[in-house]
Ligand binder design. Structure first.
Ligand code: GTP
Ligand code: MG
Length: 325
């Protein structure tokens, strides 16, 4: 045991010993893991803590599995977005504004106990949104950990009526303690064993007093790190623009395939990572296509419509492509 551990470590250790549920045990172990300095001398302890976390997570999952819920939410649509935030910031209200879902909305904290899923329509695609219990809830951790780890985008929801930067930092810290860090924070050793995720900020309650100043605070602090949208979920202000920001933050694009002499089906795009090539699109259409592909004809990102391009041609959102094998 390294001698220079801070008192918070021993407090967490005490919490671990006294914990009654797997969730409480996981929370304490993760705190211990986050606090412990990282160097050669602590490698074994790190591994030991991770093993214990895995064990209790499995236990918790087994328990929930018997009550027929699952920690894993199956992806549907063009992308999966997790709404994560402190209590009462408006996550459930936002899900209700963006989708057909009807989650419980309350003027008191810790309203949401279990995740709720809804599909958000953006132009001709659907994006899956997940409302989660507040990130600081004891029972939330196993849920948030699994959902945030698996989502294509984490949207941090903050309440513009008070200290928004502190709220973002608190959520980032919670995520970090679960081993989840922003994709934009690329740093050597801190990424080992960590899961990097796309992150954006949704500043809610723009109708509140002081919200303008608080948006400025957020944007000056996070401008280069995260996409930011300011909205009022309750009054529907900025919600349409938000859909576009979410689409952009997912870093995906649409392409439409057609066969020679026919029209493409513009209601059914294939979804690709932004910056994908013809080759990648071909692979998505059919796994045999990639090897056989000779050339493609493209409308949109070509120099002119109907241009013949090679497999390395980079596509843009909305391109129509004809694959020739
Ligand atoms: N003024 C204002 N109030 C809002 C807005 N969005 C949500 N609220 C209110 O904020 C409170 C909390 O909303 P919820 O959607 O339940 O918040 P939550 O983040 O899901 O809360 P938990 O589930 O407890 O984490 C409710 O009283 C909402 O009516 C908004 O845009 N403006
Ligand atoms: Mg809620």
């Amino acid at each position: 045991m390294p001698a220079n551990l801070p008192p918070q470590y021993f407090e967490a250790e005490k919490r671990f010993r006294e914990a009654k549920t797997s969730e409480e045990k996981i929370e304490a172990l993760e705190t211990m893991l986050a606090i412990m300095p990282k160097h050669k001398g602590t490698d074994k302890l790190h591994a030991e803590l991770r093993r214990k976390i895995a064990k209790f997570t499995e236990e918790a999952e087994r328990r929930y599995a018997t009550s027929r819920t699952s920690f894993h939410i199956r992806k549907e649509g063009a992308g999966q977005v997790a709404l994560i935030g402190l209590p009462n910031t408006g996550k459930s209200q936002l899900l209700a504004s963006l989708t057909e879902a009807t989650p419980e909305i309350g003027d008191y904290p810790f309203t949401t106990q279990r995740p709720t899923v809804g599909m958000m329509k953006f132009q001709n695609i659907q994006i899956q949104m997940i409302d989660t219990p507040p990130v600081t809830g004891k029972e939330s951790r196993v849920w948030i950990n699994n959902i945030a780890r698996n989502a294509d985008l984490i949207a941090i929801i903050v309440d513009l009526s008070y200290e928004p930067v502190q709220q973002v930092e608190a959520v980032l810290q919670e995520l970090e303690s679960m081993g989840i860090i922003p994709e934009t924070d690329v740093s050597d050793e801190s990424t080992v064993g960590r899961r990097q995720r796309k992150i954006m900020i949704i500043a809610n309650k723009s109708d509140a007093d002081d919200s303008g100043d608080n948006v400025k605070l957020l944007s000056s602090r996070y401008d280069t790190r995260f996409p930011l949208a300011s909205i009022s979920a309750a009054f529907g202000i900025g919600v349409e623009e938000l859909k576009r920001t979410i689409f952009d933050a997912l870093e995906i694009m649409r392409a439409y395939t057609k066969t020679p002499g026919t029209k493409p089906d513009m209601t059914d795009p294939i979804i690709l990572k932004k910056g994908s090539t013809i080759k990648k699109a071909a692979e998505d259409v059919h796994k045999d296509f990639k090897a056989k592909l000779k050339y493609a004809v493209v409308w949109g990102s070509g120099k002119f419509d109907g241009q013949r391009v090679g497999p390395e041609h980079v596509l843009k959102d909305g391109d129509i492509i004809e694959l020739h094998i």
